[in-house]
Design a protein around this ligand. Structure first.
Ligand code: FMN
Length: 197
């Protein structure tokens, strides 16, 4: 697909065709492209959990929607997605990288990071995946994960990895939400400031 078409067509998809699974090679391309994202100091402080079997997906929805949670994770429609990728940010990779001689900061110097780049870079990687999904003519939704602890425990994720959200993906089903109206997107003149704000 043409790059500009990928950008234009990328829209969050919230319902999926449960009958069509995503081929393994496609999932591999999606996560491979995630690793092409830029990262501060080339720290690459990220990790991606791919859940594609019915059991893995059921466990994901179960642990992210425990009774008593303030808000549910993902809408029921999303549960039909044939694959879920959870992008995790790994702060320690940045603290270790920036303690190396070419960077020269003290070990574990978190105060250096006004903006926590482990989240920024993992978000870049997530966008790479969303764009790849569009290029594959699939659909995806990035959504918030409320409580990381049960998710980490269920899938053996080490403590230092923080899920920045999750991506449910698959072939688009009948989307029950109307697409956002075109005029809802903030205009260029509203958000772009040439030369002076
Ligand atoms: C960080 C982030 C978190 C989001 N969380 C949710 C969510 O929990 N549930 C949901 O339905 N959409 C979620 N979205 C999708 C946004 O609602 C969507 O990107 C926005 O409405 C613009 O629509 P578009 O992406 O289709 O252009 C999230 C998007 C981002 C970037």
């Amino acid at each position: 697909m043409e790059f500009q078409d990928v950008v234009r067509k990328r829209k969050m998809v919230r319902s999926f065709d449960p009958e069509r699974s995503v081929p393994r090679e496609t999932l591999e391309r999606i996560v491979r492209n995630a690793t092409r994202a830029p990262s501060a100091g080339f720290s690459q402080g990220w990790g991606f959990l791919v859940l594609a079997t019915p059991e893995e997906r059921a466990t994901f929805w179960e642990v992210t929607n425990r009774p008593g949670q303030e808000e549910s994770t993902g809408s029921p429609q999303m549960h039909s997605a044939p694959a879920i990728i959870v992008p995790f940010a790994h702060k320690q990779a940045y603290l270790d990288r920036y303690a190396q001689p070419d960077k020269g900061f003290p070990p574990n110097y978190e105060a250096r990071w006004r903006i926590p780049h482990w989240y920024v870079d993992t978000a870049y990687a997530s966008l790479m995946m969303l764009l790849t999904v569009t290029d594959e003519e699939l659909g995806a939704i990035f959504f918030s994960v409320r409580d990381p602890a049960p998710l980490r425990e269920a899938f053996g994720v080490p403590e230092g990895y923080d899920p920045i959200g999750a991506i449910a993906l698959g072939y688009a089903g009948v989307d029950q939400r109307p697409p956002p109206r075109r005029d809802e997107r903030r205009g260029i003149d509203d958000v772009v400031h040439w030369g002076r704000w």
